[in-house]
Design a protein around this ligand. Sequence first.
Ligand SMILES: [Fe+2]
Length: 486
Amino acid sequence: MIILGINETSHDASASLIKDGKILFAGHAERYSKEKNDWYINDNLIKDVLQYGRPDYIAYYEKPMLKASRLLLRGGAGDWKPRFDLSGVPRKSFKHHYSHAAAGYYTSKFDDAVIVVLDAIGEYNTSTIWVGEDNNIKLKHKENYPFSFGLFYSAFTKLIGLMPNQEEYIMMGMAAYGDWKKYYKKVDNYFPNYHTQSYNFHRGIRDWGLITEQDKFDIAAAVQAVYTTRMMEFMRMAKLITGKKNLVFMGGCALNSSANTSLWKIYDSVWIMPNPGDAGSSLGAAAALYGKHLDWQSPYLGHDLGGEYPVDKIMEGIRKDKIVAVATGRAEYGPRALGNRSILADPRDPLIKDKVNLIKQRELFRPFAPVVMEEYADQWFDMKFTSPYMQYTVKCLQPDKIPSVVHADGTSRVQTLNKQQHPGLWEVLNRFYKETGVPILLNTSLNIKGQPLLNDIIDVERWESYYNFKIYSGVNIAWNNILKLW
Ligand SMILES: [Fe+2]
């Protein structure tokens, strides 16, 4: 049975296709339309996904009429119907938080787990706790709108001049530069415990008066501290009421890599699907309809550029210019570039961080993440778990040796990599390690700030002409003319 999962009409539309538990495709609408956080799926995405098979069923990630009842006063909501010549295919919709829970549980290795979903808002639910046992998912606890971890975080994102629902990750990065104590009490008053908020954050936060540049960093630090405290209270409660030792964490809040690290203090094992936000819910809806565990192998599930991993070219570029760009194979499903649509660079050079920020037209304070060979991860970072999808921020143990991938507070958002997860990128790291003694490269997404990751050959060619770099072999790029930029 082939199931097409769809998520659209809110932010981060996506489509996924599964067949008898195998994930054939999962991709984001924004990569095709080039419109960041695109609300709708488009012809090119549908064309791409249908190459892998015609669906017998369509699974939709929300209950449209239930959501419509909440949106009634604001108008504009209605039933969802498939377009793209799929109108005859039978369809079923699932609740927003159930789709999140299914995306997490059915891609995990756990038969037995607690599933926590924290996001801005689904239909009404904003924070839910489920139990996953023997392929069944049952609701144990819920909090409804307007109480919301996600809306809390987004409202402060907006307060400090960033884009809510999109730039929360920038605020998280800014937290490392702020004094969390300065505004902690004031922020804490809005969210005094894990089930109480004194404010409807959907309306935005007002009456803070003039906010200076330094205030923005201090507020970011306080919000991150309050969020982490409340999230951990919620997670302890989830453990208490379910008695489970394995955690599946989903929803947009699960993208908060700084807070996520604390989860390992209270759970034996943690699984966060690499696309835990709404963009992951097309796969969640498909999994919910299938109702059993999926065969999760890797996040390389999107558009296929083909080609072999250009290991030699990457090494050549890194030796010569210290920075290369790679676009090859299947695109990553999720917000992180994990080697197939990546800029890779030598982390030992302290100037590399600024250079890559310039290329990507990002704020200079923004940190970069390291990809490290899994076998050496604990020598370089304070971690007793693996982080194959860059979901945890941990203390760097040798910051002087890799200054370009260490944040102001001495931490790094680590991607651990073993040979099975990505043989090509592992080989690049292995060669770099043999040459330098450092089993680590800087790894960041191949895009410009605010734009989606490069996806297809058209994007590759556009970048090629814009930056005047060469495509070395077929559609693989290992770009080493990047230094022309400065
Ligand atoms: Fe959500």
